[in-house]
Design a protein around this ligand. Structure first.
Ligand code: ITT
Length: 203
């Protein structure tokens, strides 16, 4: 079976491609379909946005598609940046050479500057959707509980990983190897939930 991973995010591809291949599916990326442009994420929940992306790519390719919509919810900010995690700092100017991920981290640390250690709870959320060209679809959710660090630590991963602290590992997400992160992460948990339902979905 060939599936298309409906994401432009290289970090997600790195985390999902190997486990899906080991599960026994052949994984194509969106780079195999250069005619597919940006898909507008008009939903207000992770589930909706994951389904929007998976549906659109299944319809455009004629193949089963898997999409991930994810983000970081910070309790002290009433769940922000949440579904807007990728776009969180688009209203901020980048410093010279600064990536979008680095600017997002800079804005979030600024917003959290006055928040004490015991009020810095947060969680990563990943909703993963699978869609067939015939309209069949499913969506699952995975989470990862942690706290927000006061400065970046580690170079692995992507996005907010350098400021997400996992209390059980006693490390930031960016200090974990890819396998260590997958074993505990929101995306790893969502993928395991998706694959647990895969045979029934494909039946
Ligand atoms: P696609 O929609 O093409 O998949 P995207 O990056 O726009 O790519 P999202 O809309 O789902 O994807 O935004 C997810 C953002 O949440 C992502 O850009 C990161 O900033 C953050 N995020 C999600 N998972 C993360 C993880 O495992 N580690 C760190 N940050 C993560």
């Amino acid at each position: 079976l060939r599936i298309v991973l409906a994401t432009q995010n290289a970090g997600k591809v790195r985390e999902l491609a190997d486990p899906l291949t080991e599960f026994g599916v052949e994984v194509l990326g969106l780079s195999s379909f250069p005619e597919i442009g940006d898909i507008e994420e008009t939903g207000t929940t992770f589930e909706e946005n994951a389904l929007i992306k998976a549906r659109a790519v299944a319809a455009l390719t004629g193949l089963v598609s898997v999409a991930d919509d994810s983000g970081l919810e910070v309790d002290a900010l009433n769940g922000a940046p949440g579904v807007y995690s990728a776009r969180y700092s688009d209203d901020w100017e980048s410093l010279p050479g600064e990536s979008r991920d680095a600017r997002n981290i800079r804005k979030l640390l600024h917003a959290m500057a006055a928040v004490p250690a015991d009020k810095r709870a947060c969680r990563f959320v990943s909703c993963m959707a699978a869609a067939k060209p015939n309209g069949d679809e499913m969506v699952v959710r995975g989470t990862w509980e942690g706290t927000l660090l006061e400065s970046p630590h580690g170079d692995n991963g992507f996005g907010y990983d350098p400021i997400f602290f996992d209390p059980s590992a006693r490390k930031s997400a960016a200090e974990l190897t890819r396998d260590e992160k997958n074993a505990r992460s929101h995306r790893g948990n969502a993928l395991r939930a998706l694959l647990a339902r895969w045979a029934e979905f494909m039946h």
